[in-house]
Design a protein around this ligand. Structure first.
Ligand code: ZN
Length: 560
């Protein structure tokens, strides 16, 4: 530790926002008082803040972002008015030794960072920064002295513009009392507080409020010979391996003398019977829970069995179409203990009446707290929807001089026609034009004039100077153009719109492969989904066709 009494060899180390100057030693003392010990990173941090403040115009009202949570935030809190508590300092855990001061209204500012490229002449600082020496091998006084001598020499600075979302001030908004813990929380977090949703950092040995009164409902089981005339508390399943599985007894069924033999065959020696004690508000019966879950999960085009079977409810398609799953909320729901929902993959094509998903509570009685957590997740909207596919009026535009001249026979039109017709669409116009921007523009116009509301263009999308399809589409007024997709085959797929008409460019691979990106994207377009770059990016996971000799698509992993 450097001596505090010796005169400092580095008179002015840093200046705070109130123009107070600190010598090197004074700043070391300040660090020790505030931070507990002299941390090298914090000593450098003082210089970084000083440098940043000198590079923003005087009088600027600034906020700050620190790209590491270690040491550096304290330099900002010591020398500027920005603190975590007043919200003017944000910490982003990027793990980079850098800080930003910026105009809190305009977002322009400077970023100062410790530049590893400048550490060559400072071996002690370099060893500390890269942690290449153990703490015991470190020469601490030399390290601190090196930092003092190096000053700004080891720092880099550049001007930056903060992205708008990082400038938003965080507001909690309207508050409510959490129905589970009884504490106040911001309503925007949901119908129960974040802590009760599972984000609390502790487990408690005292049970607060509502939990205090919670005790397991008393389940009464009776021997078979005493069960006659009693009411069954749950569905009881008969399993004959490989042949049959189903509820042999339903919840609420009165057990008769004639039933005893069958219960014995099912291996039952006692059964749970309905008593007043089980009707306890702290617990929710599996049937009731499943019905309420299903009611919230089913969105447009989805219905569900109104009678739970063995505690489970199935969701069904009300119409032919594309299944849409809110994957994020499905996952959140399944994070709640004691509940489950399993369904088919997002974007599957489904037929009317087919099963989509099943949900249930796992124990016979679900704690009301867990039930409410699960219902809270479902407040975000239905998990499942089925969208009908529209019957598009399709125009097909084949580009290619050889095809136009008849030197090469066209195969695109029959392939694309067959694929769109299978999904109920009608081809209203198909055209072959040469590789010429003007010809393509006129072709697009002719097809749109024929009433097409979906344009499929083929070929001419590869890396070839003669390929002018994209230019021709842009000449035709194509916007929102996305070129390239993480789908194999189909990497050179193009998506765009021309005056509200959807355009899909199908690469030449569609000639050779039975299935391509077109087969994955067409149903989504017909379901009216807009496809963004992010949607395409997700398709990379599963977007690899195995090219099987016998194609079983869609009963294969392609696009799943
Ligand atoms: Zn709570």
């Amino acid at each position: 530790m450097p001596s505090k009494t010796k005169p400092s060899p580095f008179p002015l180390w840093c200046r705070d926002y109130q123009q107070r100057d600190y010598s090197f030693n004074e700043f070391l003392n300040l660090i020790e008082f505030f931070h507990g010990h002299v941390a090298p990173g914090l000593v450098i941090g003082g210089k970084m803040v000083d440098m940043a403040m000198r590079h923003i115009p005087e009088g600027t009202l600034f906020d700050s972002i620190c790209e590491t949570a270690n040491c550096l935030p304290d330099a900002i809190q010591l020398l500027t008015p920005c603190t975590m508590g007043n919200g003017w300092l944000k910490i982003l855990r990027l793990g980079r030794f850098a800080l930003i001061l910026y105009d809190k209204y305009k977002g322009n500012g400077v970023r100062v960072f410790l530049d590893p490229a400048k550490l060559e002449s400072w071996p002690e600082i370099k060893a500390w920064f890269h942690q290449s020496k153990s703490k015991t091998d470190q020469d601490f006084p030399l390290l601190i002295k090196s930092i003092g001598t190096a000053g700004e020499e080891i720092l880099g600075l550049h001007t930056v513009q903060i992205k708008p979302r990082f400038m938003e001030t965080y507001r909690l908004g309207k508050k409510a009392l959490c129905p589970l813990c009884g504490e106040s929380y911001p309503l925007k977090f949901g119908a129960i507080c974040s802590g009760c949703q599972g984000d609390a950092p502790y487990v408690s040995y005292e049970t607060p409020n509502e939990e205090k009164s919670r005790k397991l409902p008393v389940l009464t089981s009776v021997k078979l010979d005493q069960a006659v005339g009693q009411t069954a508390l749950n569905d009881m399943t008969m399993i004959i391996p490989g042949k049959e599985k189903g509820p042999a007894f339903k919840k609420g069924q009165v057990i008769s003398a004639g039933d005893l033999c069958r219960l014995q065959q099912m291996g039952r020696r006692s059964v749970y019977v309905d008593t007043p004690e089980v009707h306890d508000p702290d617990w929710v019966h599996e049937n009731e829970a499943a019905l309420l879950f299903a009611g919230k999960m089913a969105g447009d085009g989805v219905t569900f069995t109104k009678q739970p079977s063995e505690g489970k409810i199935n969701l069904r398609a009300e119409l032919d179409g594309m299944l849409l799953v809110e994957e994020k909320w499905l996952e959140a729901f399944n994070m709640i203990p004691g509940v489950m929902c399993a369904g088919r993959k997002n974007y599957s094509l489904v037929l009317k009446g087919s099963d989509l998903a099943g949900t249930r509570a796992i124990p016979l009685f679900l704690p009301n707290a867990d039930f409410r957590k699960a219902m809270n997740i479902l407040e975000n909207g239905p998990l499942y929807r089925v969208l009908p596919l529209r019957r598009a009026q399709v125009g097909i535009l084949v580009t290619g001089t050889e095809v136009f001249r008849g030197l090469v026979q066209d195969h695109f039109i029959p392939i694309i026609s067959s694929k769109v017709e299978k999904l109920g669409c009608e081809v209203v116009r198909s055209l072959i034009v040469p590789d010429d921007r003007e010809a393509i523009r006129e072709g697009v116009k002719e097809i749109l004039d024929a009433g097409a509301d979906l344009l499929v263009t083929t070929a001419g999308l590869s890396v070839d100077p003669d390929d002018v399809t994209r230019d021709g589409l842009i000449d035709s007024g194509a916007t929102d153009l996305i070129y390239g997709a993480p789908i194999l085959p189909g990497a050179m797929t193009l998506l765009a719109t021309i005056g509200g008409v959807c355009v899909i460019g199908v690469p030449a691979c569609a000639l050779y492969y039975k299935r391509t990106g077109f087969d994955l994207l067409l149903p989504r377009i017909l379901a009216g989904l807009s496809i963004t770059r992010a949607d395409l990016a997700k398709m990379g996971n599963g977007g690899f066709c195995l090219g099987c000799k016998t194609c079983t698509f869609p009963k294969c992993p392609f696009g799943k």
